[in-house]
Design a protein around this ligand. Sequence first.
Ligand code: 3HC
Length: 287
Amino acid sequence: MSAVERLGVVGCGLMGSGIVEMAARAGVDVLVREIDAGAVEAGRARVGSSLDRAVKRGKLSAEDRDATWGRVAFTTDLGDFGDRQLVIEAIAENEQLKTEIFSTLDKVIAAPEAIFASNTSSIPIMKLGMATSRPERVIGIHFFNPVPVMPLVELVPSLLTADATKDSARAFVTGPLGKQVISSQDRAGFVVNALLIPYLLSAIRMFESGFASADDIDSGMVLGCSHPMGPLRLSDLIGLDTVKAVAESMYDEFKEPLYSSPPLLARMVDAGLLGKKSGRGFHDYRG
Ligand code: 3HC
């Protein structure tokens, strides 16, 4: 396939907005789909505040920011995606919604060389592939939060993904986006979350049991192991709903107790304490 010039991104939340920003800054034309006008405005604000921050930090000129905006368009209709060469779906971890999106995109995009990708952390790529008539064109492209900062992308082919799809996806993320790639088999959690999530859940259990305070658990790993942030603050950054959803997918797949979600995590998600994005999680971000 020729280089991707027209990207579609479905979902402009924490991860989608980062993908939009990276791609548009790299000169790619990006069409973003959000669910309604309010979500479009929230997505636009997310991309805007990150671009403004880059300008303030001297990493991007004001002219380049304006040029970046010139390459981004929003829609609420997946039917507008007909000319997209690559679509990256980055909505919340909801298997039913994701399969519906893949099925719709399959009908909307006629070009046989188009690629359908998901930023899912944990849902089998095979299930998303089978929602289309061309699973050989479906692949996982898993970014890390914050997308503009983290250098890694996991590429996750399913059993049926074609080599040409893998090659094109790799060329896009290592070329314009400048990311480094590792490959993983299509197993819930892939490589990084399979290692990270049990660690985060252990920290939540430790806090839940009263073993230590949130600050001390986090400081322990920052000061004692040189992690950039502690496990509870990192859970807040990822979003507690996402941590829970990823853990549940991994538990469903492997039935290992180390992937089982602690009750406190479920209660916090029920309470809307989702971490940084909602203002409160294990730490308070409202100040
Ligand atoms: N967007 C763009 N840039 C950002 C950013 C954002 N949201 N957040 C931070 N940055 C940039 C800053 O501009 C700054 O750049 P500079 O040094 O060149 O000026 C740099 O990152 C450092 O930022 P800060 O000084 O504000 O803060 P920190 O030094 O504390 O770094 C952090 C913040 C980059 C988030 C760092 O704490 C970190 O790396 N944390 C770990 C993040 C991590 O592990 N992510 C993976 C999560 S797992 C995941 O996403 C998978 C999913 O499936 C669950």
